[in-house]
Design a protein. Structure first.
Ligand SMILES: C[S@@+](CC[C@H](N)C(=O)[O-])C[C@H]1O[C@@H](n2cnc3c(N)ncnc32)[C@H](O)[C@@H]1O
Length: 398
């Protein structure tokens, strides 16, 4: 198996030294992705890109996604009365491409806004942070942890693209309507006598009582009743508690402005549809995806879809009001993507470039792919007259 031996050794060590000789799936996923030296995102293994990468994002397709988002941020600045500074906090910036396209666009088209702008990047992976710093060396950006930002200090917008799907999730399984948790252990430490298939590879899954009552409470938050008879025995899925912790910190740091979350996911009733009995966990390795997180350890990405209802409901508890939820295709069309497609034929570029650009623009709005992503916009501290001004990206064409 193509796993990182050093990472497997670190995980084995964590398991054998833990009191019950097992770790939660969330701890496992956190180590696999973010172990400071050997994790997928911390080592040279991370490979985001349209050609030859493990996966690609909207930012990998060129400048359009960033430039259209940039238009939305300028309007937010105007709605807030053009404050100076206006902070844009990008969380989970990957290779720094989105930041590059956004800042480049402001330099060319909104120099005045650029003088008000403070661009902050929050990035967990030291490796990617280094890549971002190289890519953005000619731009006024700075890096810090969310925790380092003082409470109630930000006027502006916190935003992320495909961050929340990369946060470590807990996994659960239902046994006669009861919530049980999936843990990770070593093959040599467990006896397998389960009634339903569990996954295995370098490590194996074991099922036991939940590690924290927050897992059960999560379903009250999103108004889903797992004890309802509709769920089959062995139904498994994920719970993203880290997303709630993350949103709480963001809400604390924001004094006045917006939070924009772009990602793939569903509202709770679709997420926990009884027919989605194997959850949404996916592993990406060299542009292929599969569902076994116990192979290619440290060399593949692991993600879970985002539960947007949880972000909305939890947000309300943290003073974040829902401004709107839409799909990426509609959001980008409302911000001018249609005009970009129409203007392609007038541009002086080669046929090959034209076809490639058209293909990229279409991919951004493909309803079966990136176009079907959710865009959640929340706000905090806005006055009534600011709330009443519709955001361009959320305007639905008549
Ligand atoms: C799937 S990549 C998305 C990259 C980029 N936003 C894009 O659109 O190409 C996820 C990014 O989030 C970062 N990340 C994951 N957890 C994080 C956290 N808790 N705080 C900050 N960054 C985090 C990863 O290191 C990586 O840069």
């Amino acid at each position: 198996m193509n796993s990182s031996p050093a990472l497997c050794a670190a995980i084995s060590d964590r398991i054998t030294t833990s009191p019950q000789k097992r770790i939660t799936f969330a701890e496992y996923m956190d180590m696999v992705l973010y172990h400071p030296e050997h994790g997928y995102y911390s080592s040279k293994a991370v490979n985001i890109g349209f050609k030859g990468g493990d996966f690609f994002t909207s930012a990998s397709l060129g400048a359009d996604f960033g430039e259209l988002l940039a238009e939305q941020f300028v309007q937010m600045w105007q709605i807030l009365g053009q404050p100076r500074p206006f902070s844009l906090v990008e969380m989970g910036a990957g290779q720094g491409l989105l930041a590059l396209y956004i800042l480049n666009y402001y330099q060319l088209h909104y120099p005045d806004f650029l003088t008000a702008l403070e661009y902050i990047i929050v990035e967990k992976s030291p490796q990617l942070q280094q890549e971002q710093q190289q890519r953005l060396q000619n731009f006024p950006a700075r890096w810090c942890n969310l925790e380092e930002i003082p409470n109630n200090s930000i006027t502006g917008c916190f935003f992320s693209n495909e961050l929340v799907d990369a946060l470590p999730v807990h996994q659960f399984i239902l046994e006669t309507g009861e919530l049980r948790e999936i843990y990770v252990s070593l093959p040599s430490l467990v006896k397998r006598d389960e009634n339903y298939p569990l996954l295995e590879g370098e490590f194996v899954e074991v099922v036991s009582e939940v590690s924290t009552p927050q897992l059960t409470k999560y379903f009250d938050l999103i108004d889903i009743d797992l004890s309802a008879n509709v769920y089959p025995d062995g139904y498994r899925s994920e719970i993203n508690l880290a997303a709630l912790d993350w949103l709480s910190i963001v809400a604390d740091r924001l004094q006045r402005g917006y939070v924009v979350t772009v990602d793939y996911g569903y509202p709770a009733d679709r997420y926990y549809n009884p027919r989605r009995s194997q959850g949404t966990l996916q592993c990406y390795y060299q542009h292929r995806y599969h569902d076994n997180p116990y192979i290619n350890i440290g060399r593949q990405d692991i993600t879970a879809h985002v539960n947007f209802t949880a972000l909305e409901s939890w947000g309300e508890q943290c003073d974040l009001n829902k401004v709107g939820f839409t799909q990426q295709a509609l959001f980008l069309m409302a911000l001018g993507l249609g005009e970009r497609i129409a203007s392609l034929s007038y541009q002086e570029i080669s046929i090959a470039q034209l076809l490639q650009r058209r293909e990229s623009l279409h991919q951004l709005i493909d309803p079966t792919g990136l176009g079907g992503f959710g865009v959640l916009v929340q706000s905090k501290g806005l006055q009534a007259q600011e709330i009443s001004q519709p955001l361009k990206g959320l305007i639905v064409p008549k």
